[in-house]
Design a protein around this ligand. Structure first.
Ligand code: NAP
Length: 288
């Protein structure tokens, strides 16, 4: 696979992804492939950074004149305290995944939420729909804020830990007081009704990944009217997606979200619109 950067010079602009672990990140081939194809003199490198080294790493990158970086697990919240400016959307989500450094000033953004909104809206408009989200972690928060900003009328959250889903709902209600937001624990007898009343379901748990097989909700809850977005992208078709198809519903997996958050970050750093379909193809090829 081409990295496109056998000709790194003193002028090459540097980008990075900070995470722990970062070895399996698909972002370096996705961005470097696109820099190569657009003939842009940038390089994107992985940087495994421990939580206790994050501040030193960020200061060092800024001092070294790096253009910007992505932030992934576990740093998406902690990074915020080292930034000078944070976009209103990232503030609502409470997480930053993209940083641009301009004259030593660090600007933080969240491209996960708009990336997911762009991807799902290829199939279905969010406005005035009822969306039920499974899970209450980082991806769930980005999906919730993205969906609420895009105009869904009702948000249901189901999850295994009632305290955590309640806490997420309460913080979202502060940001979106005009919206109907309700929660049910997965073992609540009413949780299946929540799912039944929703037309869009989004899996924001790792249940269904190759390393975490299974289905996050009982397959009997799935119906023909359901559109299911699974944020998981390995495997390409999860058990939840299979069961939804069998029930007559429609599905989409999470690879497009990954490509679109990357494309939005690319544009923030370079000012150039990349070819998002080509970035998704690069991801697919890297995975295979
Ligand atoms: P996270 O912050 O750790 O949150 C995971 C959530 O899933 C938590 O609410 C957790 O419940 C819940 N959960 C975990 N195991 C569960 C189980 N067995 N049954 C029910 N709920 C369970 O992780 P994250 O960063 O949000 O990532 C979640 C998923 O989103 C991952 O699969 C990841 O691949 C995907 N993702 C995709 C993209 C993309 O670009 N496509 C981007 C980000 C994330 P508790 O709160 O009780 O712990």
């Amino acid at each position: 696979m081409s990295t496109g950067h056998i000709n790194i010079t003193g002028k090459t602009k540097v980008l990075a992804i900070l995470g722990d672990p970062v070895e399996h990140s698909l972002s370096p081939p996705m961005h470097n492939g696109e820099f190569d194809r657009l003939n842009l003199d940038y390089v994107y490198i992985p940087a495994g950074v421990k939580a206790e080294e994050l501040e030193a790493c960020v200061r060092g990158l800024a001092a070294a004149g790096v253009v910007g970086f992505n932030v992934t697990i576990p740093h998406k919240q902690n990074i915020m305290k080292y930034l000078t400016e944070i976009s209103p959307e990232a503030q609502k989500i409470g997480a930053v995944n993209t940083v641009k450094i301009v004259d030593g000033v660090l600007h933080g953004y969240n491209t996960d939420a708009p990336g997911w909104v762009e991807d799902i809206q290829q199939d279905i408009l969010l406005e005035r729909n009822t969306l039920c989200m499974i899970g209450a972690g980082g991806a769930a928060r980005a999906v919730a804020v993205g969906a609420l900003l895009a105009g869904i009328s009702r948000l249901f959250i189901v999850g295994r830990n009632l305290e955590k889903i309640k806490a997420l709902a309460e913080s979202l209600m502060l940001e979106f007081p005009e919206k109907e937001i309700a929660v049910r624990a997965l073992d609540d007898p009413d949780a299946g009704n929540f799912v039944g009343e929703s037309n869009i379901l989004v899996n924001c748990t790792p249940v269904g990944m190759e390393s975490n097989p299974g289905i996050p909700i009982p397959a009997e809850w799935l119906r023909e009217h359901h559109y299911v977005y699974d944020t998981i992208y390995v495997p390409a078709e999860t058990e939840l997606m299979k069961a939804t198809r069998q029930a007559g519903g429609a599905v989409r997996g999470g690879l497009g979200m990954l490509a679109r958050q990357g494309a939005l970050a690319f544009k923030i750093w370079t000012g150039i619109e990349p070819d998002v379909e080509r970035m998704e193809t690069t991801l697919r090829r890297t995975l295979s």
